[in-house]
Design a protein. Sequence first.
Length: 257
Amino acid sequence: MKVLVFGDVVGRPGRRALKEFLPKVREELSPDLILCNGENSAGGFGITLKVYEELKGMGIDVITSGNHIWDKREVFNFIESKRHLLRPLNYPEGVPGRGFIILERKGIRVCILNLMGRVFMSPHLENPFTTFDKFYQEYKREFDLLIVDFHGEATSEKLAFALYCDGRTNLIYGSHTHIPTADETILPKGTAYVTDVGMVGPFPSVIGMREREPVEIFLRGIPKRFEVAKGKVMINALFVEFEGGKVKEIKRIKEFW
Ligand SMILES: [Fe+2]
Ligand SMILES: [Fe+2]
């Protein structure tokens, strides 16, 4: 079972690069499952139905998300009906959408779970650790392989979560910071892990955004509307191969497109 994960896809440049890159990487690695985080896929903020369909059309199996999932209001019209679009499971009860999906690939039941950290993020979320415990207790008999997108800001929270869930999950990867970390590893109890996959988005930029406005904010503190940067795209991804539930290979991918 080969899994290919892309982090946050930023705007049109990110989508275009992803579309062009996918046939090449498919030929090289023949992934059975392709995931990406789509919270910034429409104009850098949120996701629209059109963009969701575009990502699905490229062959992305499941689109995870995070805090920016609600930025395009139309998401409320379709998130309930699109099973392959996830929002963090630890939003309070009653929030639309779902936090996990179970798919079958090569006779293996694969669960993809989306969670979000709370450190430097929304205080309105349920505790991701206890949310995981509850989820795991309830659903562990329904899947063979468990993959978690932990959308979070703090590296400490992501690492603590990964070690807390080591052995109960097969892969935990971080998203949200748009910056890849170089710590891909297999944890002591067998879970493949990386703190952040990094974005598929224009670079140089400030996490995918043109630098003018962020620099202005840092200089003067006056809020500005961000624009997706132009130019080359940095494609960050993670490839993990499992054999009999065990991690056979984990490798980071970084390319400029
Ligand atoms: Fe993001
Ligand atoms: Fe985010």
